[in-house]
Design a protein around this ligand. Structure first.
Ligand code: PLP
Length: 423
């Protein structure tokens, strides 16, 4: 039994894997289905369990740890700022926020940014901005604004974002939902134009340039440029949720960069802090951002000095280590290996991805084994990955992974998957 209270620090350091799992199970909500491994340390592309066993991390905390675990530049910035000033709230100025806002705006080419904490909060902020812009700039009648979203989207777990979702697991028994959303099929420009033509109250289209949780769904060539053109034509805001696909993950700094497209509203999170703490940001023009006035939106922790310091350091690492370029190169190596494997293993139904945002789809096997069983076997062989939507395994290592490490990781995946053919 774990003793609580005095001496807890020492006790918790000595905690066994079984005890750690029991504690989460006993005292935590059962809202995740974690792999049965207890991680105690992270370094670059690796995680280590309580026994010191090393694993390739092919999840990267759902693409938050793009810069690798505990990147020294980010941790140095974090620790230095943590020792100096962590929180003032926005009730007063602090000496780091303006600097971070300027850096982020310059980095991505926008007039203004509004920093929040989680990805879902940033999407909520984007939704509020779209509605404010509709009423104050576009001239939409009050309470009539509609925001388009894509089927099978994932924009987070708040009720506004769940109201946009088509996933029963995300929605069931959470109603009533927020009105003002309209769903259209993803990757379908005709459907987008039809919707825009039909309803002048549509003020924005919020979508993921690559749908992550839906199973790494990549739109056809020309979709992003087509969305841009239609949003301009119908005077609606193109709002790109790049919380997962951005920050180098998809082989460019932003997934939208694949088609040289600039959204009106850019939403970032996750790797904006290199996996250290929740930091998100919405970027937009003055016209959009200045529709929100003092007192109309905010967050106690949003834009705090610690987040500001960490965001700058995290973006510096992406830029200075050319992590988008490495993501592109390592992604090619990964998909070539997996595609070759697919020719030999009939239960691999598909291999797809961009940069290091990849998926391998596992068909149900005749012996009843599933993608989850594959992930358990991968874990036993030293690589951590998780299925998303049943049969799709997401492979998204930190972008700092070297070619040698990638080849080693591919060997593990190849050996593991091959073992299922005879299993
Ligand atoms: N948007 C996208 C595209 C995401 O992938 C996620 C998280 O997986 C979110 C939003 C929600 O981010 P958070 O979990 O930080 O609220």
């Amino acid at each position: 039994m774990i003793q609580v209270g005095a001496g807890m620090q020492t006790e918790s350091q000595a905690i066994s894997a079984a005890e750690a799992m029991q504690l989460e199970d006993r005292f935590g909500a059962h809202n995740y289905h974690p792999l049965p491994v207890v991680i105690a340390r992270g370094d670059g592309p690796f995680l280590y369990d309580t026994e010191g066993r090393q694993y390739f991390d092919f999840l990267s905390a759902y693409s938050a740890a793009n810069q690798g675990h505990c990147h020294p530049h980010i941790i140095d910035a974090f620790v230095a700022q943590a020792r100096t000033l962590t929180l003032t709230s926005r009730a007063m100025y602090n000496n780091r926020l303006g600097e971070a806002e300027k850096f982020i705006c310059g980095f991505f080419g926008y007039d203004k940014t509004l920093m929040m904490n989680s990805g879902a909060e940033a999407n909520e902020t984007a939704l509020k901005l779209a509605r404010k812009w509709a009423y104050k700039v576009k001239g939409t009648a009050e309470d009539k604004a509609v925001v388009l979203c894509a089927e099978n989207n994932f924009h987070g777990r708040t009720l506004a974002m769940v109201s946009a979702s088509s996933d029963p697991d995300a929605r069931n028994h959470y109603g009533p939902f927020l009105p003002g959303w309209q769903q259209i099929p993803f990757n379908n420009l005709a459907a987008l134009e039809q919707a825009l033509q039909a309803d002048p109250n549509i003020c924005a289209y919020l979508f993921e340039p690559i749908q992550g949780e839906a199973g790494i769904l990549i739109p056809d060539e020309g979709y992003l440029a087509g969305v841009r053109a239609l949003c301009t034509k119908y005077n609606v805001l193109m709002m790109a949720d790049e919380i997962q696909s951005g920050a180098g993950r998809a082989g460019r700094m932003l997934a939208c960069d694949h088609e040289n497209v600039r959204p009106d509203v850019l939403i970032l999170g996750k790797a904006l802090s290199g996996g250290t703490m929740p930091v998100s940001a919405v970027l937009a023009s003055d016209e959009v951002m200045l529709t929100i006035r003092p007192g109309e939106h905010g967050s106690t922790y949003g834009g705090n000095p610690l987040a500001s310091a960490v965001a700058i350091a995290s973006l510096e690492v992406l830029r200075d280590e050319d992590l988008a370029g490495n993501s592109e190169r390592m992604g090619v190596i990964f998909r070539e290996r997996m595609q070759e494997l697919q020719t030999r293993l009939p239960f691999i139904a598909a291999v797809r991805g961009r940069g290091l945002m990849n998926a391998v789809v596992i068909q149900p096997m005749s012996n009843g084994k599933t993608a989850w069983d594959v992930c358990i076997a991968l874990m036993e062989n030293g690589l951590l990955a998780k299925p998303t939507h049943g049969d799709t395994i997401r492979f998204s290592p930190p972008l700092v992974i070297t070619e040698e490490q990638m080849l080693n990781a591919c060997d593990i995946i190849e050996d593991t998957l091959s073992s299922f053919i005879t299993a």
